[in-house]
Design a protein around this ligand. Structure first.
Ligand code: TYM
Length: 348
């Protein structure tokens, strides 16, 4: 139990878990409201993995400023996002939940890893290419080196598993490349992380344009966790489909219907076969509101619990403070090791 004695308040069970369970790290940017896509692609899995793994779930605010943010909104959304993590079913007693900027080791490791990442590798990242097109007036260095910070997030905690949606797979793969390059030069530094991508819901598409990913930047095509039932129903009733009438999964020819079926399955826990059978003889006029209803029922308790938690700022503060202390303790162990390996003089 070495090292757990100083100011950090871990009890014996936590210490034991740290030493025996495999580790998870994941995070979401508070650059917009939390969406149904993030819930189905990431958070749903986080909840299902929390008993089996030692988990760190982070509000990655440092990633959010790679695109311009209104400071007051960023602050509000960061807290709201933490409340939503809890409202979605993450138990603060079981998981380390914290805010990225509270743990400075993320930025410190990121600098070192940046010196072991190639310009060409970062240039190939599809998210960088997309975002620099979207924000052509602000292609800042942070947007470019973003995947290095993400690699630091993951490697800092010696994470085994990284539950994310499909769009983050390339970044996790780059993280693995950085880790193996570093481990080749300096053996036994980092655990090699694996992406963990859900079978159902890894890529939820926009309701308005089912050939593009559902994202916070597209309000009508996107359901946010705090949407009111009437807004959810409106968005689903207006969802783009096709000119046939059959409710069947066919991603290529029926992207809208396939997306709605995926959402329905992820919301209800039904299999694709069950969902197709349920709507086999029904038209889109029945199917679309049924998906809306399923999402309303899924999100209702989350919205209500978030609203309740947001009235208790002291409680939320206690969670992120304790989370940052625990995370920082773990992060320091890795950072010290890395600093030593690359040849920095120890502080003594
Ligand atoms: P972010 O904030 O864009 O998205 C958060 C998580 O939600 C998933 N996701 C989706 N899944 C399915 N369908 C969608 N439409 C959809 N939209 C978003 C994302 O795949 C992601 O898992 N770089 C990351 C945040 C990050 C991170 C990390 C993740 C920073 N450091 C370390 C894991 C580990 C991002 O921008 O995710």
């Amino acid at each position: 139990m070495t090292g757990f004695s100083h100011k950090h308040s871990m009890n014996k069970r936590e210490v034991l878990d740290m030493e025996t369970k495999k580790r998870i790290f994941s995070g979401i940017k508070p650059s917009g409201e939390l969406t149904l896509g993030s819930y189905m692609g990431a958070i749903k899995n986080w909840v299902s993995l929390q008993d089996e793994y030692e988990c760190l779930y982070c509000v990655v605010d440092m990633h959010a400023i790679t695109v311009r943010q209104v400071p007051a909104d960023l602050r509000r959304r960061s807290l709201e996002q933490l409340a939503q993590y809890i409202a979605c079913g993450l138990d603060p007693e079981k998981n380390i939940m914290f805010i990225q900027s509270h743990v400075p080791q993320h930025a410190e490791l990121s600098w070192v890893l940046g010196c072991y990442t190639q310009f060409g590798e970062l240039s190939r990242m599809t998210q960088f290419k997309d975002k620099s097109q979207k924000h052509a007036d602000n292609i800042n260095a942070g947007l470019f080196t973003y995947p290095v910070l993400m690699a630091a997030d993951i490697l800092l905690y010696q994470s085994d598993l990284v539950p994310v949606g499909d769009d983050q797979k390339q970044h996790v793969e780059l993280c693995r490349d950085i880790a193996s390059r570093f481990n080749f030069l300096f053996p036994d530094t980092f655990t090699m992380p694996e992406p963990f991508i859900p079978k159902m819901g890894a890529r939820i598409m926009s309701l308005g344009a089912p050939d593009t990913k559902m994202s916070k930047s597209d309000p009508e095509g996107c359901v946010i966790l705090m949407d009111k039932p009437e807004d959810i129903m409106r968005k689903f009733k207006r969802a783009v489909t096709d000119c046939e009438s059959a409710v069947r999964f066919d991603k290529v020819n029926k992207p809208g219907i396939s997306n709605l079926l995926t959402i329905y399955c992820a919301a209800t826990g039904k299999t694709m076969e069950e969902a197709e059978a349920e709507f086999a003889d029904k038209g889109y006029g029945v199917f679309k509101p049924a998906v809306g209803e399923a999402v309303v029922e899924l999100l209702r308790p989350i919205r209500e619990e978030t609203t309740r938690l947001l009235t208790d700022k002291a409680y939320l503060e206690s969670i992120y403070k304790e989370g940052a202390e625990k995370a920082s303790y773990l992060a320091n162990k890795t950072l010290r090791k890395v600093y030593k390996k690359v040849g920095f003089v120890p502080r003594g």
